[in-house]
Design a protein around this ligand. Structure first.
Ligand SMILES: NC(=O)c1ccc[n+]([C@@H]2O[C@H](COP(=O)([O-])OP(=O)(O)OC[C@H]3O[C@@H](n4cnc5c(N)ncnc54)[C@H](OP(=O)(O)O)[C@@H]3O)[C@@H](O)[C@H]2O)c1
Length: 314
């Protein structure tokens, strides 16, 4: 049997990379092997991956030499950065630069860069609908990823445009909150526009489909979603699934930005982009393509069936 092609997975202990690691390990005869990269090889999630057959390797996005070592000998490299760990667009770009340089030095044959759009292309600099953040960004964690695309130019790269994880409902505090009246209030600045969403685990499964397809997607941008729904429709489905009453309250982004929790301004701007540029955002993401890459792709109802138990009822 031919030797398996190694895919080095950044973020293997997290959502995106975790889904990819799982997909590689589940497909025992798929011809690929998983190299799970983490800063802490002793942590539970890393050990669980090792127990399932992954090679677990230590590296840090802030240390380019460690990334090059971790990528050496790999066929594929999955690159993702975690803005939410430090909230800095500049740091996110530095980390992406390290990833691209390491992939190049290691001679990776297929790189996937988990990116997002530069939202500034949709608003003139003097557009006042939302503030600039971190001096020059509209949505720092989107705009910075898009700026970082340039570091990957010249590599055999697929630019992967992801969507809003439905898992944010339990992992990011974005579930409806119970009011004194017993009704769950879902306060979101999305108006009546649709939100392109996806099960976080499906991102990695789609990425695996991209590696399996080989050269078909190198040099291309691939946008994926599981389903696009209005928040009102999501609230209704959520209410039915959990046996609660969910009331969607569409607030203005300006109000949302003022809520004061860490990242409220960033998320206020992000949801405003989703709302005001619904056509552009949804147009860049395809459920059909995601399904082609990952036939097990979930829609929101299927995701609810599988994950509703994790959503906090508080
Ligand atoms: N939430 C959403 O709806 C959504 C949608 C689209 C895109 N995104 C983007 O997804 C990204 C986060 O990905 P995720 O959700 O998969 O992350 P996650 O579940 O929060 O996990 C973060 C992963 O990144 C790894 N990591 C973080 N800093 C690292 C470093 N310095 N060196 C090496 N590894 C590092 C962690 O590994 P160890 O801790 O094991 O080292 C962990 O595996 C963000 O940039 C966000 O903008 C999120």
């Amino acid at each position: 049997m031919a030797e398996k092609k190694v895919i080095a997975v950044i973020g293997a202990t997290g959502s995106q990379g975790g889904g990819l690691a799982q997909a590689i390990l589940d497909d025992v005869n798929g011809g690929f092997a998983c190299r799970a990269i983490t800063r802490d090889t002793a942590k539970e999630k890393a050990q669980a991956l090792a127990a399932k057959g992954a090679e677990v390797v230590k590296a840090d996005l802030d240390d380019a030499a460690s990334l090059e070592r971790a990528f050496t000998g790999a066929h594929g490299v999955y690159c993702v950065t975690n803005f939410w760990e430090h909230f800095s667009a500049e740091k996110e770009k530095e980390q992406a630069k390290n990833l691209a340089a390491a992939a190049k030095a290691a001679g990776a044959k297929h790189v996937i860069w988990s990116t997002l759009e530069d939202t500034r292309k949709w608003m003139a600099p003097d557009d006042t609908r939302m503030p600039f953040l971190q001096e020059k960004y509209r949505v720092p964690h989107l705009d910075a990823k898009a700026e970082a695309d340039a570091y990957f130019a010249g590599l055999p790269v697929t630019y992967l445009l992801t969507s809003f994880y439905w898992d944010n409902l339990y992992a990011f505090g974005l579930a409806p909150k119970k009011g004194g009246d017993g009704v769950y209030h879902w306060v979101m600045p999305m108006g009546d526009k649709k939100l392109a969403g996806i099960a976080a685990v499906d991102i990695g499964k789609c990425a695996y489909g991209i590696y399996k397809a080989g050269a078909e997607y190198t040099g291309k941008t691939v946008g994926i979603a599981g389903e696009s729904l209005t928040v009102a429709a999501m609230g209704e489905a959520l209410g039915k699934a959990l046996g609660i009453r969910v009331n969607y309250e569409a607030v203005e982004p300006e109000m949302y930005r003022g809520f004061g929790f860490p990242g409220a301004d960033e998320l206020g701007n992000m949801f405003q982009v989703f709302r005001d540029f619904e056509k552009e955002w949804m147009g860049a993401r395809s459920v059909d393509l995601a399904k082609k890459l990952n036939p097990a792709l979930m829609n929101f109802g299927q995701w609810l069936d599988a994950y509703k138990g994790k959503i906090p009822l508080e």
